[in-house]
Design a protein around this ligand. Structure first.
Ligand code: GLN
Length: 252
């Protein structure tokens, strides 16, 4: 069986609210189906030796403005290689700070403009009032899974993202791309960029499997179907959260 190759970028700098758990979860769900995976960590300065296109999935978690500022130059030095990996169909999953850095730019809460990779058209600007942040639980509805699926997460960002042509989902509870926004994140067939921490994939197993199915099918050159796992506990947690958050909204 295929071994999935994952590149986790800046795991020591971009890891808020359990974001690294997303990678543990992918490895676990693969293992339960008899697949293996290898995860390489990319740290500052690894650009020259890294063949981004040889991976099946590239992952960036979220981070504070300070860390985003620190790594921006290093990330930019990998621009062309990451752009060709994206073009060739490598799956790209990015959370919050990672999401922002793939766009045109991120103007942080100190009014400092951090250049993005410019892979996508969106751009992000944070208020210089550091208290103005979108914080709390969030529920969105996405079509990414081939059916309507509610994605549950937690958001905490000062950056407000604009010019998103193809959002990841429609906000049912919470803020999304900016205060009171109707849309959340950015997506393409091999891209999910989202503000949702969680860890995202632990709370939304269908999304995890959709990403894995994409990666395995691309690698095998044929449609791969994953056998179902026992997600009874995950389903129960989701029911509780959805009930709590969506009913809370109705009461308002
Ligand atoms: N520093 C960015 C912001 O505040 C991203 C935060 C995050 O990754 N949670 O918008």
């Amino acid at each position: 069986m295929e071994t999935l190759r994952i590149l986790h970028m800046y795991p020591n700098m971009l890891d808020l609210y359990g974001d690294s758990g997303n990678m543990e979860l992918l490895a676990y769900r693969l293992k339960m189906r008899g697949y293996s995976s290898v995860k390489d960590d990319y740290t500052l300065g690894d650009g020259a030796k890294t063949d981004f296109s040889s991976y099946d999935l590239i992952y960036l978690g979220g981070g504070a403005d300070f860390e985003q500022q620190l790594l921006a130059e290093d990330l930019l030095s990998c621009r062309d290689k990451i752009a060709s990996a994206h073009k060739s169909g490598v799956f790209m999953l990015m959370i919050c700070g990672g999401y922002q850095l793939m766009g045109q730019y991120y103007k942080d809460s100190n009014d400092k403009k951090i250049p993005g990779l410019g892979l996508f058209d969106y751009y992000t600007v944070a208020s210089t009032n550091k208290r103005e942040r979108c914080i709390g639980n969030i529920v969105i509805e996405t079509d990414f899974c081939g059916e309507k699926y509610k994605v549950i997460g937690f958001e905490n960002h000062g950056g407000m993202t604009d010019n998103v042509r193809t959002p990841f989902g429609r906000v049912l509870f919470g803020n999304g791309n900016k205060f009171g926004s109707e849309s959340e994140g950015y997506t393409e067939k091999n891209v999910i960029a989202t503000y949702l921490h969680g860890p995202l994939l632990a709370k939304n197993p269908k999304l995890a499997d959709k990403i894995l199915t994409y990666c395995l099918s691309r690698k095998a050159g044929r449609e791969v179907t994953l056998p179902p796992l026992d997600d009874t506990l995950e389903k129960k947690c989701r029911e509780v959260m959805l009930k709590r958050l969506l009913e809370e909204k109705k009461k308002k």
